[in-house]
Design a protein around this ligand. Structure first.
Ligand SMILES: *Cc1c(COP(=O)(O)O)cnc(C)c1O
Length: 387
């Protein structure tokens, strides 16, 4: 079966008693044992829940992994994976990282004795220079958020293997429809399923997929021990969202390419970042390791004064945090997703106060472009970017 079919078949007919096509929501927290020493496979819902199991098996298969784990949020998924590491351990991390992950690493996990070095993972020499005796893993986001820089996953996973390190990939922006890091040598993939996998801006969830039995058992232990698991209703919502992933991603990317090309033409726009553009510096690597470019587009306007007017004039695109849903959203990383990253760090990586990030939805592309253009036109009333 291809990915589209696998996702649609998730849970279909698996409730044998009823033959339900849509797998039911099992709210039960406790399950009767047939006899002493026996189990139906379900004992207590934190450890395993039937609805969550359907979801976990679906994402494991979609990512070509051996086991899947559903968590209460993307951050819970990151935190659960970080449970693999112990006091004194060191990780090498993508420089231009999701702000919440940076906050977890720097303001929470650093207090437990973990340390992190943020490196531009496109620069192998910089990665080599960051290696220490205590380094245990490389944590990758590609494309990075929000600058859409592309890391060569085969190269990083190869380097990690050479040095006995784990490769952990946050695949939120790409989804298994566009990119499957475990097939490229990574050991663990995680997702904020709140984004494309859920797809409708209505469920908070995280997913982890592991390769290999030993690692899968370690994460199974942590998932159950930490207990930041996904509830049954949200598991059901996520399965239902994932069934249309392929269709949605196709539309997200054709819309994103159309928007990215058009934005380049507007005089209020200084720079556009989308890996699907031929001239994007990571375009060739992306084409070699992924089957698509997803729907995230960032751009810089010409002056920071334009930002307020632009956002205020958007009508179809919502000025809101998050991404990956059918509705288009626009984020201002400097004050929203990346507010917890110190100013010097933000500016160094290029998340300046002229940068905006679009999650291009699946509306009609002409409607989106018209909305963005009228808001950009309005933004030119002030600022130094006269037409
Ligand atoms: C949103 C996001 C997260 C955090 O996920 P939540 O579901 O909000 O907890 C992690 N990584 C990336 C790339 C994200 O976009």
């Amino acid at each position: 079966m291809r990915l589209e079919t696998k996702l649609i078949q998730a849970g279909v007919g698996r409730d044998e008693k009823t033959g339900a096509v849509s797998f039911p929501v099992y709210y039960a927290t406790a399950y009767r044992h047939p006899a002493l020493g026996q189990s139906t496979g379900f004992d207590y819902t934190r450890t395993a829940n039937p609805t969550r199991t359907v979801l976990e098996e679906a994402i494991a298969e979609a990512e070509s992994g051996d086991a899947g784990f559903a968590c209460a949020s993307g951050m819970a998924a990151v935190h659960t994976v970080m449970g693999l590491f112990s006091q004194g351990d060191h990780l090498i991390v993508s420089l231009d990282l999701y702000g919440g992950t940076y906050r977890l690493f720097e303001q929470v996990l650093s207090r437990y004795g973990l340390s992190f070095t943020y490196v531009d993972l496109r620069d192998l020499e910089a990665v080599h220079n960051a290696l220490r005796a205590e380094t245990k893993a490389i944590f990758v986001e590609t494309p990075t958020n929000p600058l859409m820089q592309i890391t060569d996953l085969r190269q990083i996973a190869g380097l990690a293997k050479q040095h006995g390190l784990l490769t952990i990939v946050d695949n939120t922006f790409m989804t298994p429809y566009c990119q499957r890091p475990l097939e490229l040598g990574a050991d663990i993939v995680l997702h904020s399923a709140t984004k494309y996998l859920g797809g409708h801006n209505d469920v908070l969830a995280g997913l982890i997929v592991t390769k290999g039995e030993e690692l899968s058992e370690k994460i199974r232990f942590l998932h159950n021990s930490i207990g930041a698991v996904l509830g049954p209703q949200d598991s059901w919502l996520l399965v239902r969202g994932m069934k249309t992933l392929a269709l949605r991603m196709e539309r997200h990317q054709t819309n994103a390419l159309a928007v990215a090309k058009k934005l380049q033409e507007h005089p209020a726009v200084a720079e556009v970042f989308y890996p699907g553009l031929q001239e994007h510096p990571g375009h060739a690597i992306q084409a070699s390791q992924a089957s698509g470019y997803s729907g995230m587009v960032s751009f810089r306007v010409r002056s920071a004064e334009q930002v307020g007017l632009f956002l205020q004039n958007l009508r179809i695109v919502s000025f809101a945090e998050s991404l990956g849903g059918v509705e288009s959203l626009c984020t201002y990383p400097a004050t929203q997703t990346h507010a917890d990253i110190p100013l010097e760090v933000r500016e160094y990586v290029g998340v300046c106060d002229r940068l905006l990030r679009l999650s291009v939805g699946i509306e009609h592309p002409e409607d989106l472009i018209a909305d963005l253009f009228q808001a950009l036109d309005a933004s030119l009333v002030v600022g130094g970017a006269a037409r």
